[in-house]
Ligand binder design. Sequence first.
Ligand code: ARG
Length: 460
Amino acid sequence: MKLWAGRFHKELDPKTNDFNSSISFDSRMYQEDIRGSIAHATMLGACGIIDKVESEKICDELQKISDEITAGTLPIDPNAEDIHTFVEGELTQRLGSAGKRLHTARSRNDQVALDIRMTLKKEAAGLIDQLKELCTVLANKAMEYSETIMPGYTHLQRAQPITFGHHLLAYGEMFLRDIGRMQDAVKRMDVMPLGSGALAGTTYPLDRRMTADLLGFAQVSRNSLDGVSDRDFCVELASAISLAMVHLSRFSEEIILWCSWEFKFIELDDAFSTGSSIMPQKKNPDIAELVRGKSGRVFGDLMTLLSMLKGLPLAYNKDMQEDKEAIFDAVDTLKLCLTAFIPMIDTMRVLTDNMRAAAAKGFINATDCADYLVGEKGLPFRDAYRITGELVARCIELNETLESLSMEEYQKVCPEFDEGVYEAISLEKCVNGRTVYGGPAPENVKSQAKGMLKTLEQMK
Ligand code: ARG
C-alpha cells in the first residue's frame, strides 16, 4: 500500500507504478537513507518531539534493517516506490506505531535531498582517492623518465624536444585540478537539508544543527525551498567528472597513437590489451579506446542534469527524480575508467629508444639552431629564423638532418656558422637547456615530480 493511501480510492496502475518508481536506482543509497533516519530519530528524541525510548527503539531497528540489507538477508522489494518508502514500511511492519513516528517533521523531499548529498560526498571522496593514485603513478613515472627525450608536438607535427617525464606531468597537473574541482563541489554539497520539510519547513522545534553534527555536515541549509530544490551540486560534480573524462580521453588518444606501429613509443602490458578474433598479429589498446568512448556518456549525463533542472518552478518536482541515474552513471563511469586506466599506465613499457629515434627526425632542434645564431652570433631572431628555414629546406633536398648537414652547406646559407652549431643543436643540449620554470629539462621534471608527490601527501 502507498504512503498516501488515505486520500486515494484505488491502487496505482501496476505499469505506472514501475514508471513512477525509483527503487531500481535509489536503493544504492540505503545506508545513507538509514543513517539519515537514525540521526533524525535521535534528534526528535533529544528534542522531546518523540519519546526517547521510542527513538532508541527506532534507531536500533533501523540499524538492524541496514545490517540485514548489507548481509543480503533482507531483500529490497522491487515494487516499492523508492528506498525511503521501503525502509519506513519495513520499520513500521516491525515496530508498529513507533515506526510510524519516524517521519514526524520530515518529508521525502528533504529526505531525498539529504540522501543524495550524503551519497555524493562519499562517492566524490572515492573518486578523489583514485585521482590521487593516478597522480602518484604519473609523478613516479615522470621521475623514472625525467631524462627520456621524445618529440613534443603541435598540430601532431614534431615541434620541439621534450622529456617523457614532462609529458606525463602535464597530465598530472590536469588531474590535480580535477581533484581541486571535486573538492570545491563537495564544499557546496556539505549542507544538511533536513528540516526543510516538503518545502516550507516545519512547526516542530527541531535542532537542525544537531542532525547536521550527527551526520558530519559542515552547514545547515538556510532556506527550506532551496534545501529541497537545489540539485546544482549534482551538476557541479558531473561537470568536474566530465572534465576528468576529457583529460582521460586526451591521454587515451595519445596512448592509442603511441601503441601504433607508426609511433611505437610504448607497449601496453598483455593484461591491459586485447587481441583480434581474426588477425593473429593484433594487440589492441581497447582499454584506452573504451575510456575515450565512455567520455561521451558522461557529457550526456551532464546535459541530462542541466536540462532536467532548467525551468523547473520551486520547489520539488518529480522531474528531479531523474537526477540520480545521471549523476550515478557519471560517478560509476569515471570510477570504472580509472580502475582500468591506472594499472594500465603503471604497467606500460616505455620504448625510450624509439622516442629518441623519433626525436632525431623532424628538425625539432630548428628553434635551437636559430637561438644559436641569436645567442652566439648576435643575429636578430627573425633573421636567424629565416636562415634556419632555408637550412631545413636544404636538408630536405639532400635527405639530411641538421646534425648531419656539412659545415660547407651551413656556411653556404650563412657564413657566420661554425662547428659550435653541432653542439648547440644536440638534442640533449636542447632539452637540458630548457630549465625555465615549468620547462622540460630533466632537473625540472625531477623537482616538479617531487613537488607533486608532496602536494598529494599533504592532501591526506
Ligand atoms: N523518489 C523520489 C525522488 O527521487 C523521492 C521524493 C519523492 N517526493 C515526492 N513528493 N514525490 O525524487
